[in-house]
Design a protein around this ligand. Structure first.
Ligand SMILES: [Zn+2]
Ligand SMILES: [Zn+2]
Length: 107
């Protein structure tokens, strides 16, 4: 299934040292602030969100996956809102670092 391959790539991305570096740059550029609600929080409570969502067609595109223009820090609440408002059928699970560990498509 193609979907599984995407998930593998996504896992790899979120565990790469490149991502971890970019993540910290994004968070410190925004002074540890959620860009949606303005809440200032700990680095580990912020999720670096892809404005253009990652999908199987764009995950290999560096500008999308690692581009600073496509990344913004959001707190867990705002991140949940962002993802759930658009795709109600999709359930996303996060680990403590805010990385996506599971995506369930119910359609
Ligand atoms: Zn927020
Ligand atoms: Zn996101």
């Amino acid at each position: 299934m193609r979907y599984k391959k995407f998930k593998d790539k996504q896992n790899k991305l979120y565990h790469s040292s490149r991502w971890k570096k970019i993540r910290l740059i994004v968070i410190s550029n925004y002074n540890f602030k959620c860009c949606r609600c303005g809440k200032i929080t700990k680095e580990k409570d912020l999720i670096v969100h892809h404005i253009v969502y990652l999908n199987k067609d764009n995950i290999d595109d560096d500008e999308i996956a690692y581009g600073l223009d496509n990344l913004e820090p959001v707190c867990i609440n705002c991140h949940n809102k962002e993802h759930f408002k658009k795709k109600k059928k999709r359930e996303i699970e996060f680990d403590a670092e805010g990385n996506i560990i599971n995506v369930i498509d119910n359609d």
